[in-house]
Write a protein that binds this ligand. Structure first.
Ligand code: PXP
Length: 254
């Protein structure tokens, strides 16, 4: 087992897409997103997340630009002190942006316009050569490529075969089952997938639907390296502010 893949405590990537969702609800037509009237200021909030203990900032540039905008990416990369994790679809246009942006890491996700959020993992098996080409481009540029996949043995093996250094296991099914009788089974599925991915030498991350309740189960999975959490933290931030919401989540991760 590659021991060097495990940090002393879980890393937290704070996904700030939904901060931009609020901004875009009002300022979709605004050409200058740095104008003082434009709120919320996603850069200020990314810095607040870092102050609260975020180990990285995660953003997803969607094809329809419904929340994060291209200009946000470059402002964030310049200003944040931690790592920028760029979630992107496997398209030529996104590859071009990633190579210009040069984030610390990218996470390759599926994208369907009609989805409100990312609903399923990337089907690596079904598009192995395309995924491999994108991973190769990222590896050549020194960008860590992670694949957002469902927690199945077949997808993990396909991710490894595609040359990815990391996977992000999709925790949506686990999160949905958490408040039902399916919790034990969904936890077991996640545990087995994490162990399998780690045994393959992959860095094992997880994300989607992780909240202040289910984190108490997620944190017991020893192979996990980094969690990417957005909706729950941003929701809690409406009551207590983002810095404190991140601090609280981070304290639950230890
Ligand atoms: N990881 C990936 C790859 C995502 O696409 C998302 C957003 O759906 C997240 C993590 C964060 O999910 P959530 O907002 O449910 O915490």
């Amino acid at each position: 087992m590659p021991q060097n893949l495990k940090p002393s405590s879980l890393f937290l990537g704070v996904n700030i897409d939904h901060v931009a969702t609020v901004r875009q609800a009002r300022y979709r037509q605004e050409p200058d997103l740095t104008h003082p009237k434009v709120e919320p200021d996603i850069l200020a909030l990314a810095l607040a997340a870092e102050k609260g203990g975020a180990d990285g900032i995660t953003v997803h540039l969607r094809e329809d630009r419904r929340h994060i905008q291209d200009a946000d990416l470059f402002r964030l990369r310049e200003a944040i002190e931690t790592r920028l994790n760029f979630e992107m679809a496997c398209t030529d246009a996104m590859v071009e942006i990633a190579l210009k942006l040069k984030p610390k890491s990218v996470c390759l996700v599926p994208e369907a316009r009609e989805e409100v959020t990312t609903e399923g993992g990337l089907d690596v098996l079904a598009q192995q050569s395309r995924v491999q080409a994108v991973v190769d481009a990222m590896n050549a540029a020194g960008i860590v490529a992670s694949l957002f996949i469902d927690p199945t043995m077949a997808q993990i093996e396909a991710a490894k075969a595609a040359g990815a250094l990391a996977v992000e296991l999709h925790t949506g099914s686990f999160a949905n089952a958490y408040y039902s009788d399916g919790r034990v089974q969904a936890t077991e599925t996640l545990k087995q997938a994490s162990a399998h991915a780690h045994a393959q030498g992959l860095i094992v991350n997880a994300g989607h639907g992780i909240n202040y309740d289910n984190i108490t189960t997620i944190r017991t999975i020893p192979e996990l390296y980094e969690l990417n959490i957005g909706h729950s933290i941003v929701s809690r931030a409406l009551s207590i502010g983002l810095e404190e919401a991140v601090r609280e989540m981070k304290s639950l991760m230890c």
